[in-house]
Write a protein that binds this ligand. Structure first.
Ligand SMILES: [Zn+2]
Ligand SMILES: [Zn+2]
Ligand SMILES: [Zn+2]
Ligand SMILES: [Zn+2]
Length: 488
């Protein structure tokens, strides 16, 4: 009976129905619900280079094509390249006298080198640079003009479609006779609104569509060289698929044409609850910091369940199950273990915010810009509860002390003689539970058991003017344990 890797064996049911280990879950203190990466909204906070830790606003990152201008990755093994310096001997000028040459200092020159695979920028004939950072020759994409043409064309089409949709809606409302146009309300003209939104004017977009030349497929293909199938292949000179795709514009087939790859930027992202729009995580802006300004992880709010050990699950028999439950909060908690099918007490929905939307927001909405809200509806599903094995729910309410960091140093847990509680140690509790398995359970089938954890939760969010929040809540979470497979 080994201590199990808990992530794979203890899964919590998220509010959206996904099964996730507690370390992958968030807890919204405003909706009082567990959230997972699937049912929250991810936002990019800042762009930064993970190598030199330079950060930049998103407009600059877009301009630099989301790549750092001073850091490079090895085109051969993708390890970060390092800058190395050498002393270049001053070139002997035959016209000048000997004395003049001796006065010249050896000049420091820099090249890029990979400490992992020993690739250097000299291998592919990139000249050494006189400065340590930057100044590396930039290659221009041979298809820049065409790509820009395509981008302009698609932007114009998107713009046209938005305009058509807006016109259609305007007509629809005009028929009903209730519609006051946004321009009446705010005194903005359509052109001004477009200007605010940073969209091209309708004239320029229609000209972009009119002037666009579509690509035409051609039946004529360049012939392969005569000796193409006869030439001997030297695999050391052929680049791999990954190496080629690291530079999608050039896709060099020959290793001699590999070039340093500008390092892609990383992002810091913040995460929001999709229901109430509150932040669940928000990192510190400084890219060197790994701290968070807001960090609402389920791990800090929801009792953690771990399997200490269990007997093997057999058809028609009762197996012992030892669980450890931890209270991560700074408040005492009462706990009950219930059947998953028991009707969960509904958490009261947070009051709808009746705040009138600002003009910018309604403008943004009516122009139907970037903010598309269709994604905000999360498809919730009900996971299938295991029914073959069941936990015998104890008819007791347990209390769990608050987290006490000093208690970590205590040696001995307090052993209890209770039927259910095996030991207590500060905010931790070991429970002895029984699992009954159906006599018809098939051998080799997964043995899973589900239960509902009902726990008291004290909300520490300071009550705001609009919402009167209760401090104490009774919350429910369903946990599914994996107890291996049904044994003979
Ligand atoms: Zn929320
Ligand atoms: Zn979820
Ligand atoms: Zn960098
Ligand atoms: Zn390398």
């Amino acid at each position: 009976m080994a201590y199990l890797t808990q992530l794979d064996y203890v899964k919590y049911v998220c509010s959206c129905g996904q099964l996730k280990p507690i370390t992958n879950l968030y807890f919204c203190r405003h909706c009082l619900k567990i959230r997972c990466g699937f049912c929250i909204c991810h936002e990019v906070d800042s762009h930064y280079c993970a190598n030199c830790l330079e950060n930049m606003p998103s407009s600059e990152a877009r301009l630099k094509k989301n790549r750092c201008s001073s850091c490079f990755d090895c085109p051969s093994c993708f390890h970060t390249l390092s800058t190395r310096a050498t002393f270049a001997q001053p070139r002997q000028d035959p016209a000048a006298g000997d004395a003049k040459v001796e006065n010249k200092q050896a000049k420091k020159m820099y090249y890029l080198s990979c400490f992992n695979c020993r690739w250097t920028s000299r291998d592919v004939g990139i000249p050494d640079q006189p400065v340590a950072s930057g100044g590396w020759p930039e290659r221009t994409n041979p298809y820049t003009a065409r790509i820009n043409q395509l981008l302009d064309y698609y932007k114009a089409i998107a713009q046209q479609e938005k305009q058509e949709k807006l016109d259609r809606e305007r007509k629809k409302f005009a028929i009903r006779g209730k519609y006051i146009t946004l321009t009446d309300k705010t005194g903005l003209t359509g052109a001004m609104a477009r200007n605010i939104a940073g969209l091209p004017s309708s004239e320029s977009s229609s000209s972009a569509i009119a002037n666009f030349v579509p690509s035409v497929a051609s039946a004529e293909v360049e012939e392969l060289p005569e000796d193409y199938h006869l030439r001997e292949v030297n695999l050391k000179q052929v680049s791999t698929m990954a190496q080629r795709l690291a530079a999608p514009e050039w896709q060099p087939g020959d290793v001699a044409r590999l070039q340093p790859v500008a390092r892609p930027l990383s992002v810091k992202r913040s995460q929001r609850c999709r229901d109430c729009d509150h932040n669940l995580t928000k990192p510190e802006y400084n890219p060197g910091s790994i701290k968070f300004k807001i960090e609402l992880l389920a791990f800090y709010h929801v009792p953690e369940v771990k399997i200490i050990s269990h007997e093997s699950v057999k058809a028609g028999q009762v197996a012992d199950l030892l669980l450890k439950v931890t209270n991560p909060t700074a408040h005492e908690m009462t706990l009950r273990i219930l059947r998953p099918a028991d009707s969960a007490e509904e958490v009261p929905a947070p009051p709808e915010d009746q705040e009138p939307r600002s003009i910018e927001k309604s403008l943004e909405k009516s122009l139907n810009l970037e903010k598309d809200t269709s994604w905000s509806k999360v498809i919730e599903r009900k996971p299938e509860m295991p029914t073959v094995s069941q936990i015998c729910v104890p008819e007791v309410t347990l209390t769990l002390a608050q987290r006490d960091d000093a208690a970590e140093y205590d040696d001995d847990p307090q052993h209890e003689t209770s039927d259910i509680i095996l030991w207590r140690k500060s905010n931790k509790l070991a429970l002895r539970l029984k699992v009954t398995t159906d006599p018809t359970a098939e051998v080799g089938k997964p043995a899973q058991v589900a239960f509902r954890l009902q726990y008291s939760y004290r909300n520490t969010v300071p009550p705001s003017a609009q919402s009167v929040q209760h401090r104490d809540h009774t919350l429910n979470t369903t946990v599914i344990l994996d107890l291996g497979s049904v044994c003979e």
